[in-house]
Design a protein around this ligand. Sequence first.
Ligand SMILES: C[S@@+](CC[C@H](N)C(=O)[O-])C[C@H]1O[C@@H](n2cnc3c(N)ncnc32)[C@H](O)[C@@H]1O
Length: 132
Amino acid sequence: MGYHIHPDIAARLLPNARTADIGTGTGRNSSNLEIFFLDARQPIIPELEGTYDLVHVRLLAMGLLQSDWRPVVSNLTCLLKPGRALQWEECNFLTATHQGTNPATTFEAVRTIENLLLDAFSKHFVWAGVLF
Ligand SMILES: C[S@@+](CC[C@H](N)C(=O)[O-])C[C@H]1O[C@@H](n2cnc3c(N)ncnc32)[C@H](O)[C@@H]1O
């Protein structure tokens, strides 16, 4: 994408801005970090409500059902201070293609993996056509 935080959002963030990275993984490369265990499908704990300048989400969609989207967006926006931003990035797995990296990989092997992924994701991403 060419950026981590969208330039329009970054321009409005103060130096002491608080960011909530949802589904952050291990967070092992982060400093100045507080970790909370939460399920984004469940209501946010009251002490975190309205306390963040940016809520960031990346690659969460695979763990969500279509019926989860509305509560998840609602729950995550509860984390924000008024007027602040939610940035969410996903990959369109349904149209992802192999660009070629390691010359030792065969096209057939990559195609097989691609088809397995496509098959699995098509069933899971019944909502994807709405987004992409
Ligand atoms: C594909 S990983 C992405 C990790 C990281 N965001 C990144 O982009 O590298 C998906 C992450 O979402 C978390 N996750 C899945 N379902 C979740 C949920 N309902 N609430 C919060 N986190 C969830 C998983 O534990 C995992 O850390």
